[in-house]
Design a protein around this ligand. Structure first.
Ligand SMILES: [Zn+2]
Length: 466
């Protein structure tokens, strides 16, 4: 029996172990998509305690606690930080086989050197020790990031953001590049015209562009796109149920925009046309600037109306959807490719049933201009676990070139999530190692090691222009 989470965790056999320890383990991290709060990095804050660092905003843990029967009072409610932690600690032993069990103990070990298993008998000690450390200068958020050998962090930001925090971080000479990502989801939220109009009014003030019609609306957003570029942005990101690639005319979209400004609700076809026009224009700008565009597809959000009304969005009530993806994706990329205006693109799917479809789809639009131009994004959210990652890596191996993948990202809101890169690297080395051991790949450790280093670090370094 192997010891839990030992040095060779997830590494079955000597070859996998060699590949990981000699090639993957020591590489720096490029975290090209995450949701770390830039204000906390700018302020270089210290967390008051482990609950702040771990349980504020982590909807993975919240879902597990709810599934374990914990009252909401101890999750997002008014209970004290210590009470909340105790409820989490009581939940952890029930998370066996959920990735949370691995993440929790990896994080305790890698950041705090804490080797105890978290459970009610150890909870108080773990809480006190880790909380004390978190209050020390060595555990400020900037130091938490550098501790994990992170080189680049790309946050996720609304076009209206003034990016003052990113500027401050740069001025301070922080060794980690913290760059913004242009995520204009709110600018497309036509289902709620009241909110969208408030957003458009704000955009008008911030951009200094008078928004009279659809053209000037795009102009104002383009000004923000330019502003993001001037502040080091190299990526866009879109969180969508599916890609919108409907046909539309300029006249139609102009009329739809007018309807929005008059607070008239839209018909489903109008929504599709409008979103299609927006996405297409965003993609043109991304290409113009040489950015990488990312599409996170397939989440079915806010499933629980009662929870949405009391707790708001992004509190752990989202799920995997089963939207149809292939035809629209094909149409969208084809339209851009026709005029050679398709930017480097990463597509992430949330429904594992789409793995093979996405892996096959990306091969239609690689044009030889850059290795791995169209990427099948790393397993994400509900799929960010051993099985989901393995399936994504296998689908990509079978239909495309795993060797050209730009690798892992945390997609996390937590400063303690960077060991997920380690998790990915171990799984990756294990896949190659087992194939070598089985005689399915040649025992060329040097070449395989190079491929692994590319996937873990160098491909991202070359693909993104940071
Ligand atoms: Zn994300």
């Amino acid at each position: 029996m192997k010891a839990f989470l030992d040095d060779n965790f997830l590494l079955n056999g000597e070859t996998a172990q060699r590949l990981y320890h000699d090639y993957a383990a020591g590489l720096p991290i490029i975290d090209y998509h995450c949701h770390l709060p830039p204000d906390e990095i700018a302020g270089d804050i210290n967390f008051k305690n482990l609950t702040h660092a771990w349980l504020y905003g982590d909807h993975y843990k919240w879902r597990a606690m709810r599934a374990n029967g914990v009252n909401e009072q101890y999750i997002t409610g008014k209970a004290s930080d210590e009470e909340k932690f105790m409820q989490w600690a009581a939940t952890v032993p029930y998370t066996l086989r959920n990735p949370l069990y691995h993440w929790t103990h990896l994080e305790l070990r890698r950041y705090f050197g804490e080797h105890k298993l978290l459970s009610p008998p150890t909870a108080k000690e773990v809480y006190d020790e880790c909380s004390a450390k978190l209050q020390s200068p060595e555990y400020s958020v900037r130091n938490l990031v550098t501790k994990m050998k992170v080189e680049v962090v790309c946050t996720t930001d609304d076009p209206l953001d003034d990016l003052a925090h990113h500027q401050k971080i740069k001025q301070d000479g922080y060794t980690v590049k913290v760059l913004p990502t242009f995520r204009p989801d709110k600018a497309m939220q036509v289902e709620d015209t009241l909110n969208l109009n408030a957003y458009i009014d704000k955009l008008e003030g911030i951009s200094g562009v008078a928004i009279k019609d659809f053209e000037t609306y795009l102009g104002a957003l383009k000004a923000r796109h330019d502003y993001f570029a001037a502040n080091g942005c190299k990526l866009s990101d879109h969180g969508l149920e599916q890609i919108y690639a409907g046909d539309y005319t300029d006249t139609e979209v102009k009329a739809i925009f007018k309807k929005i400004r008059h607070n008239h609700s839209l018909m489903p076809l109008e929504i599709t046309k409008f979103k299609s026009a927006m996405l297409f224009n965003f993609a043109l700008w991304d290409h113009e600037k040489g950015w990488v565009q990312q599409y996170h597809l397939g989440a079915l959000r806010n499933n629980n109306a009662r929870a949405l009304s009391t707790l708001g969005p992004d509190t752990g009530w989202d799920s995997i959807g089963d939207f149809s993806q292939a035809r629209e994706l094909s149409k969208f990329m084809n339209k851009l490719d026709t005029t050679n205006q398709l930017a480097k693109t990463i597509i992430y799917n949330l429904n594992p049933a789409d793995n093979e479809m996405i892996a096959a789809m990306i091969g239609n639009f690689n044009d030889g201009s850059v290795a791995g131009k169209i990427q099948f994004g790393s397993a994400w959210w509900f799929l960010d676990q051993k099985d989901g990652m393995t399936r994504q890596l296998n689908a990509l191996s079978n239909m495309g070139l795993l060797s050209r993948m730009v690798g892992m990202l945390t997609d996390s809101r937590s400063f303690l999530s960077f060991p997920r890169h380690e998790y990915f690297r171990r799984l990756l080395c294990n896949l190659f190692g087992e194939d070598i051991d089985n005689g399915e790949l040649p025992a060329d450790i040097e070449w395989t090691g190079k491929i692994i280093q590319d996937i873990c670090y160098y491909n991202a370094k070359n693909y993104f222009d940071f």
